[in-house]
Design a protein around this ligand. Structure first.
Ligand SMILES: CC(C)(COP(=O)(O)OP(=O)(O)OC[C@H]1O[C@@H](n2cnc3c(N)ncnc32)[C@H](O)[C@@H]1OP(=O)(O)O)[C@@H](O)C(=O)NCCC(=O)NCCS
Length: 193
């Protein structure tokens, strides 16, 4: 992300964040691409990591990532029209790639609208499979195989690192801070009737 651009990205972590995600997708896809609600909100949102982008505090960007055993699937990239053309789309895609790599995924997969193939190609994606159609748009399957990141999360990073809030892996989380608290006194068992 460019310094001082006013643009920031995070993993959605509250109900309010989710409302902002839905608001951006409603503007971009329901209003902007005439996508029916049932196709846009397709039942996969609770199985996904949701990304939220703010420009000067206003929700303008979103996307989601779904996790499969051998690959991550990047979906629903969306920028409100007034926020386009300033490189925030590139920032959004770079953020998704970084999160996926940090979680240990080196194979990334997505469905590119036919006019956006060059946008994804610039980030290392290449066409994969035959073009296809859904929701009134032509799509191209694309995938990227990326080098592993040295800070990829691993099983031996320890319980506290692996307990940290998603996407916020570089600083202590609330559960490891709680480890400094003395254990709660054990409640005596109730006598059996
Ligand atoms: C896709 C999207 C997130 C990209 O955001 P953006 O702000 O336009 O992206 P950037 O400013 O970082 O531009 C990235 C490049 O993509 C190009 N691009 C963006 N949208 C495009 C479109 N609809 N058709 C062709 N090229 C497009 C830009 O011209 C730019 O190309 P360049 O690097 O060669 O100059 C945004 O256009 C968007 O939300 N579109 C509507 C939703 C959508 O279709 N999502 C993708 C579904 S696969």
């Amino acid at each position: 992300m460019r310094e001082n651009s006013g643009f920031s990205l995070k993993i959605a972590s509250s109900f309010e964040d989710y409302m902002k995600v839905v608001a951006v997708r409603s503007i971009v896809y329901l209003a902007g691409q005439a996508c029916p609600w049932s196709e846009e909100f397709d039942g996969n949102d609770h199985a996904a990591t949701q990304i939220l982008g703010l420009l000067d505090g206003e929700p303008v960007a979103t996307a989601r990532i779904r996790w499969f055993a051998g690959f991550a699937k990047l979906e629903r990239l969306a920028l409100r029209p007034e926020a386009r053309g300033s490189g925030h789309g590139d920032d959004l895609l770079r953020f998704m790639i970084a999160i996926s790599q940090r979680k240990g995924f080196s194979c990334l997969y997505l469905h590119a609208q036919a006019g956006l193939v060059h946008f994804y190609r610039a980030h290392g994606f290449v066409p994969h499979g035959a073009p296809f159609t859904f929701s009134g748009y032509h799509y191209v399957e694309m995938k990227a195989v990326l080098p592993p990141r040295p800070d990829e999360l691993r099983l031996d990073d320890g319980p506290h690192v692996l307990n940290r809030p998603e996407g916020d892996w570089n600083r202590p989380g609330v559960l490891e801070i709680s480890a400094g608290r003395p254990p709660a006194p054990r409640q005596p068992d109730k006598p059996r009737a």
